[in-house]
Design a protein around this ligand. Structure first.
Ligand code: GDG
Length: 506
């Protein structure tokens, strides 16, 4: 009975039903017309796969295929059976993908919630399609669930699902986890549909955020729009009474399967590839950046900082290389194509300015997705990781880097605007990613840091990620749905605050 999911529901073992925009596999036809399932990438998949495999359950989402046909359902069943849980597909038309996914989700909510309001395209059609598509997801969830099940909806694409489920008369318990930040009222209130969206979120039984700061922003928005709502509690989970219903609101920092990363990073294959990287780029320290192509990840600013460190600290030339991996993402959106061009121009500028004939190349740039083995080898080979998003819900790369650094002899430079800074702020060198010279100085400091300091900092971060791993994340979210008493949720020490001014406290 220690497993929270066993205590959800009234009849026998409750099922866990995970709902997200995409299924954890993308389905495409090959040249012979047969369906091929490719495992998806991204933070959510990385975090939830070990959990569903471990517990079993159902995952509902879009299979990523534009041409729906009944044989896709057969393929979903087969792939689900192999994966150890049931897969159910929501089918979207090309127009729905355009207006719901690319439009409302990625041209409005994504930039707005990352404080980049000037990039928003508040098109009214986007909102209408968002509501319709959320209804479609809710219908399939309703048809696939019973009253004892626990439905766990993920992320900003599906904020309306609980409201739609209530309209369908569903009694099931429904939780929501937001993987991206929640903005402050000043920014949130620019959303033309701000009231409707807050009301929709309040239809969930549990609402989870990555950090205390996101949760506080949400509570402030609710307080401003619904003065009748009372909040109680002071720890990790608060409770609001909304028209007689109890809604729990907590911060649950997502994490990784620490032990799996550590084990895989220690394999001979990974060690050999890491060694190979050092052989290809000899006699220097390696600085690593790995990001999806996205304007929130701060890649141009990071490249400018690398240019600055080589300009102001000539002693580091030829003794340092940046490996920057950019994973292709959302290439259908114009802003992302422009970002790619900007990154390539900056890489060209740095290499053009500092390259030495026949030898040192300052930036090794790769525009591709790495295999898992390569990813781990890059983590292991890197002496310094540069994780400098302009804003990020959590950032799993920072945690994976710590877990993979089994020698504990390396440095993490981390943006104070990544959710991960709340947990890792004491071990990482925290930087403001907009401060080009500040980031450059941090690279210089990391280069010269003593082995003793590197060990102490990395050890403390690894302890913190190990203690609050992905299984802890799932358990604490599920416990918040069933615990009788909010006192079961004091704020854990290791991520309550970092020593930082109040506006930065998480
Ligand atoms: C959202 C939020 C939040 C990256 N490159 C490769 C690769 N990856 C994997 C990493 C990591 C994941 O993708 C990226 O996760 P992040 O957390 O950094 O970022 P988002 O995709 O933006 O995720 C974020 C997350 O949700 C979870 O809540 O932390 O703030 O924005 O796991 O390992 N994997 C492989 N090859 C690559 O080249 N195999």
């Amino acid at each position: 009975m220690n497993d929270p999911i066993n205590r959800i529901g009234t009849r026998g073992r409750a099922r866990l039903i995970v709902v997200s925009n995409r299924l954890p596999f993308a389905f495409r036809r090959d040249d012979a017309g047969r369906w091929q399932a490719e495992p998806g990438g991204g933070g959510l998949v990385t975090a939830l796969l070990p959990v569903l495999r471990h517990r079993g359950g159902t995952w509902i989402g879009w299979p990523g295929a534009a041409d729906y046909s009944p044989d896709l359902n057969e393929e979903l069943a087969t792939v689900g059976e192999d994966a150890g849980y049931t897969l159910k597909g929501v089918f979207l038309t090309a127009e729905e993908v355009r207006n719901f996914y690319e439009g409302f989700s990625n041209e409005i909510i994504w930039p707005l919630f990352h404080d980049m309001q000037m990039l928003c395209n508040f098109h009214p059609l986007y909102w209408r399609t968002y509501c319709e598509v959320n209804r479609k997801y809710a219908q399939l969830v309703h048809d696939s669930s019973g009253p004892g099940d626990f439905i766990w909806v993920h992320d900003y694409h599906l904020m309306n699902v609980a409201a739609e489920l209530r309209r369908l008369g569903s009694q099931a318990r429904v939780g929501f986890f937001l993987h991206i930040p929640f903005p402050s009222p000043d920014i949130y209130f620019k959303l033309p549909w701000r009231n409707a969206l807050i009301e929709a979120l309040l239809q969930y039984d549990v609402i989870g955020f990555q950090t205390v700061r996101d949760r506080r922003n949400f509570v402030q928005c609710v307080r401003a729009l619904r003065r009748d709502i009372e909040f109680e509690g002071r720890g990790q989970v608060l409770q609001a009474t909304v028209s007689g219903r109890q809604v729990r609101i907590g911060n649950f920092p997502i994490s990784i399967d620490f032990n799996a990363f550590m084990r895989q990073a220690a394999t001979g294959e990974v060690a050999a590839r890491a060694k190979e990287l050092h052989r290809l780029l000899p006699n220097r320290k390696l600085v690593l950046g790995i990001d999806r192509l996205d304007y929130t990840k701060g890649i141009p600013q990071r490249l400018q900082a690398f240019h600055d460190v080589l300009t102001r600290y000539p002693d580091l030339r030829e003794r340092l290389s940046l490996i920057q991996v950019v994973v292709p993402s959302r290439e259908d959106i114009g802003q992302y194509r422009e970002l790619k061009t900007e990154i390539e121009q900056l890489v060209g500028k740095i290499n053009g300015s500092f390259v030495r004939p026949g030898g040192w190349v300052p930036v090794w740039y790769e525009y591709r997705s790495l295999s898992r083995i390569d990813l781990l080898a890059y983590y292991r080979a890197a002496d310094v990781a540069l994780v400098t998003p302009l804003k990020d819900g959590m950032n799993l790369v920072a945690k994976e880097y710590c877990a993979s650094s089994i020698e504990e002899d390396c440095v993490l430079i981390l943006s104070e605007f990544a959710g991960a800074a709340a947990q890792l702020g004491r071990g990482a060198l925290l930087v403001n990613p907009y401060d080009i010279e500040g980031v450059a100085d941090a690279i210089h400091r990391a280069f010269h840091m003593s082995a003793r300091e590197r060990l102490a900092r990395m050890r403390s971060m690894r302890r913190s990620v190990r203690e609050a791993d992905v299984f802890w994340w799932v358990d604490s979210f599920l416990r918040a749905t069933i615990a009788r008493d909010l006192r079961a949720f004091p704020q854990p020490d290791n991520y309550s605050t970092v020593e930082a001014p109040d506006y930065l406290s998480f």
